[in-house]
Design a protein. Structure first.
Length: 171
C-alpha cells in the first residue's frame, strides 16, 4: 500500500486555497499500480452477489468501470446534471468544496440489483451518501462502498455507517 500511495500526487490549494487535492493520474498511468488498486478495491467483495458497479463522474468512472470489468458485471454512471439523455432521478448534496447534484437514468437499476459503489476518494462522504440514496430510490441494494483514498479527518465513513465500507489509502 505504501508503494501505491507513492503514486498519489498532492496538489496544495487546488481547486481552492486550503484544499489538498489528491491527484490519482500518476497512479492510473502506471499499469502495475492500476491493476493493484483495482484488485485491492474488489478484494473484500469477492463472493458477494454483485450485479453492477456504480461510479460517480468523473474519476469514479475510471475505477468503477475497471472494477465492473473485473467482476464481470455492468457499469452504472452517475452524472452531473443535464448530461444523461433519458429520464433521470436526481439528488443534490454538499461537497468539501461547493455543492452539486448527480443524476442516474431511471432504468439503470431496479429491485433485483445489488450494486457496489466505487469512487476515487471519500472526503466528507456527501457524494457517496447521496449516490447510495439515489440508487436506493430506484429500489436497488447497496452491497458496499469502495474508495482508493480516504481523508480520515473528514469522517466520511460515518455517513456510510450502514454499508460495508472499504478504502485503500489513508490521509
Ligand atoms: P465528498 O463528497 O466530500 O466525500 O467528496 C468526494 C468527491 O469529491 C470525490 O468524487 C472526489 O473525487 C472529490 N474530492 C473531494 N475532496 C478531494 C480532494 N481533496 N482531492 C481530490 N478529490 C477530492
Amino acid at each position: 500500500m505504501e508503494r501505491l500511495k507513492s503514486y498519489i500526487r498532492n496538489i496544495p490549494d487546488f481547486p481552492k486555497p486550503g484544499i489538498q487535492f489528491k491527484d490519482i493520474t500518476p497512479l492510473v498511468k502506471e499499469p502495475a499500480m492500476l491493476r493493484l488498486a483495482v484488485h485491492q478495491l474488489i478484494h473484500p467483495f469477492l463472493g458477494e452477489p454483485i450485479t453492477g458497479v456504480v461510479g460517480m463522474e468523473a474519476r469514479g468512472f475510471i475505477f468503477g468501470s475497471m472494477v465492473a470489468w473485473e467482476l464481470g458485471v455492468g457499469f452504472i454512471p452517475l452524472r452531473k446534471p443535464g448530461k444523461l439523455p433519458y429520464d433521470v432521478q436526481s439528488t443534490s448534496y454538499d461537497l468539501e468544496y461547493g455543492s452539486t447534484s448527480l443524476e442516474v437514468h431511471l432504468d439503470a437499476v431496479d429491485e433485483s440489483d445489488q450494486v457496489l459503489l466505487v469512487d476515487d476518494l471519500i472526503a466528507t462522504g456527501g457524494t457517496a451518501r447521496a449516490s447510495c440514496e439515489l440508487i436506493e430510490k430506484l429500489g436497488a441494494k447497496i452491497v458496499g462502498c469502495a474508495f482508493v483514498i480516504e481523508l480520515d479527518e473528514l469522517k466520511g465513513r460515518e455517513k456510510l455507517a450502514k454499508y460495508k465500507f472499504h478504502s485503500l489509502l489513508h490521509y
